[in-house]
Design a protein around this ligand. Structure first.
Ligand SMILES: Cc1cc2nc3c(=O)[nH]c(=O)nc-3n(C[C@H](O)[C@H](O)[C@H](O)COP(=O)(O)OP(=O)(O)OC[C@H]3O[C@@H](n4cnc5c(N)ncnc54)[C@H](O)[C@@H]3O)c2cc1C
Length: 435
């Protein structure tokens, strides 16, 4: 760890902002998070933590806490929408841990967020709630807020999610998220109620993750919190009115869309008492995430929002935080901040872009109409061993190790070695001139 003690301001206390705060505070710097919400929290839904993210949580010393409130899915199961027939099965326990050294996990977002907040606070990170950022003066590293004095830091990180003021300030123009054509119903029900049901018991007993693929939609279900809760995500075409991104859903409309699907699913959806529709939005790939002043960079959904179909959005934001933390462990002089941000962006942009594009491509694979393409997809899933380009992307023998086997800290270490040798592209060579 270097001697340098920087003050880093992070805009947004989502999973990405918190991971960055933990990584940078662990590196010995002072961190303040400015969060617009008056109270901290996450929405009531589940989230998947893939091995590329579990490894970081392990490094942060948090895996045990996370695991104590998580479920380890035994298998990834892909089913046909019509009758629930299994098209493909990928083992996760013990496979994930044997192959990647850490488990694949399912967790309630509120638990995940609470554990990250408490670790950030334990490391001395200050969280200023009710701090609504309205703009940034990049040259002076000053943050403007609604009804509050300006805030200055050595470096500003924009982790304010998909609808990002930070991104718009950097671009110097409005950049509202765009429609993806899909929406999600997010539902949690009591798994005990499912166990009382003959048709649903098998789903609630074994902690597998189940996907149903169908025309224009798909369904993802998994257990949470020691198996006490069942998380259901239903994806279907977006029919929300213009300018409305979330709305209380009509249960009959929800059931009607899935009326011809697996009878088990229909029984499951009969148990749902209420739910909300969430429009799935996205943003365009940016040319650059950082400001030429060298004081500012974006991370997380603010710069690489993704459809959630690979279940990697938060994992990428956590990877961003880990890479930033590892780079700020190594920085020795204030004049290197700009280079660190260049290295960060170069390390992260190709990977995040590939995953965003891969998630969008999965929409087509998952939502095929019945017909020859769908039959060929299902034939490959049922009859073929996984090959490169396989429709179960998590089973693809080339994509999977690239996706799950990413070691954020090693990437940062390798890049720093290049930088020390004056070989990292795009950096100014401050390393040599200042030491
Ligand atoms: C249906 C669905 C399922 C998903 N499932 C998964 C999954 O299984 N696994 C996975 O890894 N990812 C998943 N994701 C993606 C994941 O939720 C996001 O990628 C992740 O939460 C992004 O984190 P973030 O910190 O970048 O942004 P956010 O979580 O959006 O946090 C941004 C924070 O910034 C604050 N903020 C915003 N504007 C301002 C402002 N002006 N001033 C101050 N503060 C501000 C917000 O209040 C918020 O706290 C899913 C997403 C969806 C929609």
């Amino acid at each position: 760890m270097g001697e340098l003690n920087l003050h880093v301001a992070i805009i947004g206390a989502g999973l990405g902002g918190l991971a960055a705060a933990i990584g940078i505070a662990r590196a010995g710097h002072r961190v303040t998070i400015l969060e617009q919400a008056p109270v901290l929290g996450e929405i009531g839904a589940g989230i998947q933590i893939p091995p590329n993210s579990s490894l970081i949580l392990k490094h942060f010393g948090l895996l045990e806490k996370i695991e104590s409130v998580s479920v380890r899915p035994s298998d990834f199961i892909i089913r046909s929408y019509r009758d629930g027939a299994i098209l493909n099965k990928l083992n996760m326990v013990p496979y994930a841990e044997n192959r990647y050294g850490v488990p694949y996990l399912h967790i309630h977002r509120a638990d995940y967020h609470r554990i990250l907040v408490s670790e950030a606070e334990r490391l001395g990170v200050k969280v200023h709630l009710g701090s609504i950022v309205t703009g940034i003066d990049f040259d002076k590293a000053i943050i403007r807020m609604k009804g509050r004095p300006d805030f200055q830091a050595d470096l500003i990180l924009g982790a304010d999610g998909l609808k990002s003021i930070c991104r718009e300030s950097l671009l110097g123009r409005p950049d509202p998220p765009h429609l993806t054509g899909d929406l999600a119903y997010r539902i949690i029900i009591n798994a005990e109620d499912m166990r009382k049901h003959n048709d649903l018991r098998s789903l609630a007993e074994k902690p597998a993750i189940n996907y149903w693929l169908g025309p224009r939609g798909h369904v993802v279900c998994y257990l949470l919190q020691g198996g006490g809760l069942y998380n259901i995500v239903l994806i279907c075409p977006d029919n929300l009115p213009e300018m409305v991104n979330t709305a209380k859903a009509d249960l009959q409309e929800m059931r009607d869309f899935f009326a011809e699907w697996d009878p088990k699913l229909k029984t499951l959806l009969e148990m749902v008492q209420e739910t909300t529709k969430w429009r799935l939005l996205n943003s365009e790939e940016m040319d650059s995430w950082s400001h030429p002043s060298g004081n500012f960079v974006l991370l997380g959904d603010a710069c690489h929002a993704t459809l959630p179909y690979l279940a990697q959005g938060a994992a990428l934001a956590v990877e961003d935080g880990a890479v930033l933390g590892a780079l700020f462990e190594r920085i020795e002089h204030r004049s290197q901040i700009g280079d660190v941000l260049t290295i960060f962006e170069r390390l992260r942009k190709d990977r995040t872009t590939r995953i965003v594009k891969g998630s969008t491509a999965l929409r087509d694979i998952f939502h095929m109409e019945d017909g020859p393409r769908q039959q060929e997809r299902d034939r490959q899933l049922t009859e073929h061993e996984p090959f490169e380009g396989y429709p179960n992307r998590w089973a693809d023998p080339v994509f999977q190790p690239w996706l799950f086997g990413y070691i954020a800290f090693e990437e940062a270490e390798k890049a720093w070695k290049l930088y020390e040798g004056g070989l990292f592209p795009g950096t100014t060579g401050q390393f040599k001139s200042n030491l």
